[in-house]
Design a protein around this ligand. Structure first.
Ligand code: ARG
Length: 392
């Protein structure tokens, strides 16, 4: 019996390799690490551990697929209750790659190391089940706690990156880094500076402001400071630049799919810069009604991604609407980064609905006297109501 395990190289999934044999009787465990923009050292560490503890290990790249997914996040101004959806969007991308390997390996089942309290179990399994795979989730099934896992790991001579002193669960990809668990679970606990790796605290950020220019084509970022870059490089660079300015930290209470409220900490400098820029450009080119309606679409869209329901037909339909609006989201935005803030300061588009001719105080293109008639009708019902009210 053979099982393919989605493998990060962390505590949960490393413990799973042993549990799959010991408690489930699999004789072959194949680990798969999917690269969605992990730091090189983490990828190598996962690879080393996979090779050491599993019967076979694969490292596969899904960078291209993940960048495509990130383009969708940007076009939809990704935001679930203030969360930029990095982990959420990565899960179906990872799951599809795991399925590819599981099919190639003729595996009897696929496994993951998610707990029964989070969202990731739902996101992974929706895709695994779609492809007809039996799912094994040892950490959830066996009702394990992190403390137990750490002891178990020690007993089996597994070297693990987490110790009881610093038991944070970190999930990282090109779009965002999430830090949760341990002391952070208490919402009234102020996180120590050491949980952050991508961002400087605004206090220690560069003293000089920095202005960045981002070019968009059909809602997708294509150049940084007039230099054409592929998506992966552009986002990576913005993470570095934004991080130095302390941009893109979130400390929030989040409503998980299961209904649990959780305290989450995130870092996402590139995401914050790109979405701030993208929103700004949209304000220049989309109509008032498009903007208003797109907000509703975005909220629904973000919820589908958060819930791991990107295979729902609604997701396709919402994307079709979003893509239609993005046909005119071409142009550039300049933003000022300074001590944790990112503020748009200039923008341009050939599709701007803005007309200097019409709005300017200095031109005669539109006769302002015409507004008197508009004004006479404006608020009519309110005025009638206020008169009536005095009589009641
Ligand atoms: N709360 C976020 C989400 O549901 C992040 C989860 C991060 N996962 C982790 N194992 N640290 O998408």
């Amino acid at each position: 019996m053979k099982v393919v395990l989605a493998y990060s190289g962390g505590l949960d999934t490393t413990v799973c390799i042993f549990l799959l044999k010991e408690k489930y009787g699999f004789d072959e465990v194949v680990t798969v690490t999917v690269d969605i923009g992990l730091p090189e050292n983490e990828l190598r560490r996962a690879e080393e551990r996979g090779n050491k503890y599993a019967d076979k290990h694969y490292t596969v790249s899904a960078r291209k697929e993940f960048v495509e997914a990130i383009y969708r996040l940007i076009k939809a101004n990704a935001d679930y209750e203030g969360y930029v959806l990095g982990t959420a969007m990565a899960r179906p991308v990872i799951a599809e790659k795991i399925v590819e390997i599981a099919k190639k390996e003729n595996a009897n089942a696929v496994a993951h190391g998610c707990t029964g309290k989070g969202n990731d179990q739902l996101r992974f399994e929706n895709i695994f089940r779609q492809h007809g795979f039996k799912v094994v989730a040892p950490i959830r099934d066996l009702n394990l706690t992190r403390e137990w896992e750490i002891d178990y790991a020690k007993k089996h001579g597994i070297e693990v990156p987490t110790s009881k002193e610093k038991p944070f669960s970190v999930d990282e990809n090109l779009w965002s880094r999430s830090i949760e668990g341990g002391k952070l679970e208490n919402p009234s606990f102020i996180p120590p500076e050491e949980i952050y790796e991508w961002t400087k605290s605004p206090k220690l950020a560069l003293d000089e402001q920095e202005i960045v220019k981002i070019d968009f084509e059909n809602g997708i970022p294509v150049a940084l400071n007039d230099q054409k870059l592929d998506g992966f490089e552009l986002i990576k660079l913005l993470n570095e630049i934004g991080g130095k300015h302390g941009v893109g930290r979130t400390d929030m209470i989040e409503d998980r799919v299961l209904g649990l409220k959780a305290r989450e900490n995130y870092e996402h400098p590139g995401a914050t810069i790109l979405i701030t820029a993208h929103r700004d450009l949209e304000k220049l080119v989309l109509s008032r009604r498009e903007l208003k309606f797109k907000k509703i679409v975005e909220e629904e869209w973000a919820e589908l991604v958060y819930y791991g329901l990107t295979n729902d037909p609604l997701f396709e339909a919402l994307n079709a609407f979003i893509d239609k609006t993005q046909e005119r989201v071409t142009g550039w935005v300049k933003l000022r980064l300074y001590k944790g803030s990112v503020i748009p300061i200039a923008r341009h588009s050939q599709f701007a609905l803005y007309s200097e001719e019409l709005v300017s105080f200095d031109t005669m293109a539109l006769d302002q006297r015409l507004a008197e008639g508009f004004s006479a009708f404006h608020g009519l019902q309110g005025r009638i109501y206020q008169h009536l009210r005095r009589k009641i």
